[in-house]
Design a protein around this ligand. Structure first.
Ligand SMILES: *[C@@H]1O[C@H](CO)[C@@H](O)[C@H](O)[C@H]1NC(C)=O
Ligand SMILES: *[C@@H]1O[C@H](CO)[C@@H](O)[C@H](O)[C@H]1NC(C)=O
Length: 594
């Protein structure tokens, strides 16, 4: 908390003052209760989760992910059963104790010392396996020591990513041959900057500080570097010098979870003395100053968007993505911690704008990325195809796939749990119905990705990522569950939605630098409209395994397109399925591995 002397002065100066004298920093709206309707909806989502997960168990158990249309499997994450480990915390929170117990027994027996893959992603292994194991250990009452032993095997491999005394890790690990690591010339900020939550918990439960030490070094290297704007760092760094190598700023893929972890790490530990909160406050303040735009040439001018920014590509790029839509929820969480009401209002406005990509979409589901006309009619790097749709709805589709991503519902979860405003639940319920109607594979109960959400009957893709179980089902369920389940006053979620217990749940308030930002234009969540009801089963597509990416013709920054649209996929997967050669710098390639 700020001192009283400063407080009196600052509250006079600030548009929104910190909550002086607050009893405790509560994130959730106090007294929030589950309605009967919500209980029934939570049960429906819980049942669909079980059916879908059982399809994985039947056809792909022990493999990383189910191929839902062909009843096959795929192993992009080491082949250790990513879907099993990713499902643990969701099964527990839903009360599917049979699935949880079975998954824990499976996870205790995985041989993490070797893999059938040539190379393994440090980032993916950390957020899915390491976090999944540690979160399951905490949720289960810290009784299964074997889960920590397993996490330690994973962690001991992950820390080989830091070569020599490099401040930042290489993302690609030769898991079976760690003695001869490949050097790398680039490290993305979402790689070096998405480790500290998991490594902190690993150090805590093993009693060995080395994991946290390395993750802290990486995080600090980025946070103390010269940003494009204060707190806004570009995507690609030199792992040896710790210096930035490009100028592309985004809250989307490739950068996203670095910004996410700044505030979440402060929340996990209760630490408001280090650079985490001031850096995050800078990230958000600079975003409000430089990235926030309202769309032009549309009836929906009230929408609040985050642009990407790259001076070498002309400045603001009016494009946002499903991945980047986590930002609304993240701003709300941090705003509640530090008592910054303007940040909270921006967070809600961003969440409403992302929700609009669902409610306005013919399928009822938002796209992988979308574009708009920015300030001063700027369309740098993007193209509006459907002018009539744009004029009405304030965005146009760019990459039209839906690969079962969670981020829009993740932000809606924060908006609901902090306000108790039932309109957020209506938006989520409509989203869930659209996802269920469009993605359900009737033969086996699994959910499949979609090729084109800009359609009333989208074609399904033979793809179903493990984050469906870790994140999408979890956030949808929690929006309707008893608010005591994963209460935000007690838990912080890693970027794969695995909850960790916070160290200081009773902390009175979080100290933060004062900022002077104007609250956004009012943009209350609109009443969700019922999406159109076509229930035809789409034909099985010709191609298998992973969805091909549909990128816009011409226009657009290549790195932005790639990172904004592929997110957690690897560049090689995208190249394989796009079948289009793209000229990219080496470091862009490496960053795209995130
Ligand atoms: C943007 O375009 C609209 C419609 O064409 C026009 O009325 C407006 O003056 C333009 N604004 C700027 C800043 O050029
Ligand atoms: C979305 O659908 C409309 C109507 O079918 C079409 O005109 C438009 O080009 C589509 N947009 C994209 C990006 O596919």
């Amino acid at each position: 908390m700020l001192s009283k002397n400063f407080g009196a002065l600052l509250s006079a100066l600030l548009l929104v003052a910190a909550p002086f004298g607050a009893e405790a920093a509560t994130i959730q709206k106090p007294g929030l209760k589950q309605s009967e309707t919500s209980a029934s909806r939570a049960n429906q989502i819980k049942a669909a989760y079980k059916t879908s997960y059982q399809a994985y168990l039947k056809y792909a158990t022990g493999h990383d992910a189910l191929l839902p249309l062909s009843n096959g499997f795929t192993d992009p994450f080491g082949g250790w059963g990513a879907s099993v480990v990713d499902s643990l915390s969701t099964s527990f929170l839903m009360g599917h104790m049979d699935l949880y117990n079975q998954g824990v027994e499976y996870s205790k027996k995985i041989d993490f010392t070797k893999t059938s893959s040539d190379t393994i992603s440090l980032f993916e292994t950390n957020i899915r396996y390491l976090a999944g194991l540690i979160s399951a250990y905490e949720l289960g009452g810290k009784k299964e020591q074997k889960l920590i032993d397993q996490a330690k095997v994973v962690g001991d491999h992950l820390i080989t990513g830091w070569l020599g005394s490099n401040p930042l890790p290489c993302n690609t690990l030769k898991w079976n041959n760690l003695a001869t690591p490949d050097a790398c010339t680039s490290s993305g900020i979402a790689e070096g900057g998405t480790l500290i939550l998991e490594m902190d918990r690993l150090s805590k439960y093993t009693g060995d500080p080395k994991y946290l030490k390395l993750a802290t070094k990486s995080m600090k290297t980025i946070a103390q570097s010269k940003g494009v704007f204060p707190g806004l760092f570009p995507q690609v760094y030199d792992p040896k010098t710790g210096l930035p190598k490009d100028d592309y700023v985004t809250w989307g893929g490739g950068s996203d979870s670095f910004f996410e972890y700044l505030i979440k790490y402060a929340y996990l530990t209760g630490d408001d003395q280090s650079l985490w909160i001031p850096t995050w406050v800078n990230s958000v303040s600079s975003s409000i100053e430089h990235l926030i735009e309202h769309p032009e040439q549309t009836q929906a001018k009230q929408l609040t968007y985050l642009t990407d920014y790259s001076a070498s590509n002309g400045g603001n790029l009016p494009r946002w993505s499903h991945l980047g839509c986590f930002a609304g929820g993240n701003w709300i969480l941090g705003a509640k911690m530090i008592g910054q009401d303007a940040f909270d209002q921006y967070g809600q406005a961003l969440t409403a704008a992302c929700a609009n990509t669902y409610t306005a979409s013919p399928s009822g589901i938002g796209p992988e990325s979308f574009v708009f006309v920015g300030t001063n009619n700027n369309t740098d790097g993007v193209r509006i195809n459907n002018a009539a749709f744009y004029r009405k709805n304030g965005f146009d589709f760019e990459v039209t796939q839906y690969i079962l991503r969670p981020e829009v519902m993740e932000s809606v979860f924060y908006a609901y749990r902090t306000t108790g405003d039932a309109r957020w639940q209506e938006i989520a319920w409509n989203a869930w119905n659209s996802i269920y109607r469009n993605c359900l594979v009737k033969q086996n109960g699994a959910l499949a990705a979609l090729a084109d959400v800009n359609s009333t009957s989208p074609t399904k893709l033979d793809d179903s990522e493990s984050f469906l179980y870790a994140e999408t089902f979890k956030y949808l369920y929690l929006i309707f569950a008893d608010p005591e389940v994963a209460n935000l006053d007690k838990y912080v979620f890693n970027t794969e939605a695995h909850p960790f217990l916070v160290d200081q749940p009773q902390k009175a308030s979080y100290k933060a630098p004062a900022v002077n930002v104007k609250p956004p234009k009012k943009d209350k969540p609109k009443k969700a409209k019922q999406p159109s009801k076509t229930d035809k089963d789409a034909p099985v597509p010709m191609f298998s395994s992973l969805p091909g990416l549909k990128l816009p013709e011409g226009g657009g920054n290549t790195l932005g397109n790639l990172l904004g649209s592929i997110g957690k996929r690897t560049a090689s997967q995208v190249r394989r399925h796009r079948g289009v050669a793209h000229k990219r710098r080496q470091d862009q390639d490496a960053a795209a591995e995130v």
